[in-house]
Design a protein. Structure first.
Length: 229
């Protein structure tokens, strides 16, 4: 893993690169609220070992469960900046994201993201994204009429049955809402929670899975199969 620093105006941010190799398939990883990609080490290492170059920007932790517009636009902008910096012109990328990172990728793929009536988040579509793997995605941002109409990429959406933050109903709604665009492959793991997708979950959380390591390896393998297939 390499760590690089990029400028965003007067501020800088770090980007982790895994398996960086010329002409490799590119995966843009969008981390959740905690902001630290390394907390998903099993997934990122698996993607690199499968032959992908993983571009994973770091972010400040989101203090509130409901992000502010400026936090969402900053994350979306820096995800695109990271592709600009490390991907050759004309290349495409697959997006993989957890929680709010997954929602941000959906917006980058063309969805309209809303924080409420009359409060659309201004995120510029990044046409380089060709498929999305969404882990525990929050989908309430996209429930305005037509909000998902412009998303035209294959989607793998994965959630745990014991997720009380983004429960399976949210992912199932996404699949239903996108049925006229692309089929969404929905996976629901019995007993998994919102943070079961992370090697290092937030403090004071309780892991509902008895064999989390087996789940980490299994879902990471499936995500690799989806993005390189």
């Amino acid at each position: 893993m390499l760590m690089e620093t990029l400028q965003d105006g007067a501020e800088s941010f770090k980007v982790s690169l895994y398996g960086a190799a010329t002409n490799s398939p590119v995966v843009l990883f969008a981390v959740g609220a905690g902001g630290q990609p390394e907390r998903h080490a099993t997934l990122l290492d698996a993607l690199a070992e499968s032959g992908c170059m993983v571009v994973a920007p770091h972010f400040e932790r989101l203090a509130s469960p409901v992000p502010r517009e400026e936090e969402l636009t900053l994350r979306a902008r820096r995800l695109s900046f990271a592709l600009d910096a490390f991907v050759r012109p004309g290349a495409t990328a697959m997006g993989v994201g957890h929680s709010i990172g997954a929602a941000t990728l959906v917006a980058l793929a063309g969805a309209q993201m809303w924080l409420g009536p009359g409060r659309r988040v201004n995120i510029t579509q990044d046409s380089r994204l060709t498929r999305l793997a969404l882990l525990a995605p929050p989908t309430g941002f996209f429930q305005a009429p037509g909000a998902l109409d412009a998303v035209r990429v294959p989607v793998l959406a994965w959630v745990g049955s014991a997720d009380n933050i983004t429960p399976p109903a949210q992912t199932e709604w996404l699949a239903h809402a996108m049925r006229d665009c692309h089929t969404v492959d929905v996976r629901v793991t019995e007993g998994a929670g919102h943070f079961s997708f992370m090697d290092i979950p937030p403090p004071q959380t309780t892991e509902p899975l008895q064999n989390k390591q087996a789940f980490l390896q299994a879902y990471s393998s499936e995500v690799c199969r989806f993005v390189v297939g």
